[in-house]
Design a protein around this ligand. Structure first.
Ligand code: ACO
Length: 325
């Protein structure tokens, strides 16, 4: 049996830190509003690095820390909704930068659920026996799609990247249970990166080239649908909510985490949180939290920790993987 295992985690964020007070100098907002509604204090905003630059820095760390020969990496999946370009993909750019010449590479688009969806895919690629080693990254330069004149969204997001190296050295299943979901009918509540059709044959313009979000609708979706998804995944796993060591959820809003913990009847301390430093980094938020937790010694990658990973966002998409870390 081939069991996938996460052997390394790493993250990278742009150096430029933008505080709530910094934002209040360029738009009509203030620290009290942002912090009390979201729990966010700072975010890191790119001063020129693009998504593949951030992702490449993460992959280089994973390679360096593991000592793996880049030519032995079989695949690279980058979860992102802010690619450098649609073609080549961000993952292809990363593959070239790190010399992973034998890896196939592609991007996966599932907004803030992207890392969890990609991890689910990677686990199957390895546990099927088809591939031995791969990398999953969540990477975003969200600042380039934000409408900086819209204070209701501009204050929420940040840039960053993080990811994991997986191989087939596991002695137990990586994913104990999972449930991935999409509801395209509600997709209109979170939009970005629409491209107009302007050809000799048609002229169609769309609204939504920049990010737009129905904040309240997304908030309601997060606190109504997502706990049900976590509960259903727990039932599949035969684990009780309190048997999970840590809950690593998409870092959108600390009030969402408060409500989730309450609904699941789990002590809030188990819901790790770092959005105060990074804001909402979309597909990067869960792996940044994972990598930072390992770095800070909260848990290690020795197979002893049971963790819930849950993403939710544009699509709409949402999904939980309960994993042995
Ligand atoms: N500073 C000051 N005031 C503001 C700001 C700001 N930055 N933004 C909005 N306001 C004002 C509004 O204009 C409004 O004023 P009004 O009452 O005079 O009209 C007031 O604050 C309240 O605005 P609401 O939008 O109702 O605020 P709410 O309490 O709903 O909080 C928030 C907004 C934080 C966006 C919340 O709805 C939320 O967290 N939603 C979920 C976001 C999320 O989880 N996204 C995850 C997915 S992201 C992805 O997938 C890419």
């Amino acid at each position: 049996m081939n069991f996938a295992k996460i052997t390394q985690a790493a993250h990278y964020v742009p150096e430029n830190v933008v505080s709530n007070d910094d934002l209040s100098k360029i738009m009509d907002t203030n620290n009290e509003w942002i912090y009390s509604r979201t729990g966010i204090k700072n975010r890191h905003i790119s001063t020129g690095e693009n998504t593949s630059d951030l992702a490449t820095k993460v992959v280089k760390q994973l390679i360096e820390n593991s000592g793996v020969d880049p030519e032995l990496i079989d695949f690279i999946i980058v979860a992102t909704v802010t690619p450098d370009s649609m073609m080549p993909s961000t993952a292809a750019r990363v593959q070239a930068q790190v010399g992973a010449t034998n890896a196939f590479a592609y991007d996966l688009t599932a907004a803030c659920s992207g890392f969890v969806f990609a991890l689910s895919t990677a686990e199957k690629l390895i546990s099927s026996g088809a591939y031995q080693r791969g990398i999953v990254i969540g990477a975003e330069v969200f600042s380039k799609v934000i409408d900086w004149s819209d204070r209701s969204t501009a204050v929420l997001f940040g840039d960053g990247a993080a990811g994991v190296l997986l191989d087939n050295s596991g002695s137990q299943p990586l994913i104990i249970a999972e449930k991935m979901q999409t509801d395209g009918k509600r997709g209109g509540s979170l939009l970005s990166s629409y491209a107009d059709i302007q050809t000799p044959f048609a002229s169609v313009s769309y609204e939504g080239s920049n990010l737009s979000m129905e904040g309240r609708a997304i908030f309601d979706f997060a606190v109504r649908d997502v706990p049900k998804n976590i509960q259903a995944t727990l039932e599949k796993s035969d684990l009780a909510a309190e048997e999970i060591d840590y809950y690593l959820l998409h870092q959108a809003n600390s009030r969402i985490l408060d409500k989730m913990a309450k609904k699941l009847g789990v002590t809030r301390n188990k819901f790790l949180q770092n959005m105060q430093e990074y804001g909402n980094t979309s597909a990067a938020s869960i792996p940044i939290l994972l990598s930072e937790s390992v770095k800070n010694g909260i848990f290690s990658l020795d197979g002893q920790t049971k963790v819930v990973l849950t993403g939710f966002g544009g699509g709409l998409t949402w999904g939980t993987a309960i994993i042995n870390l």
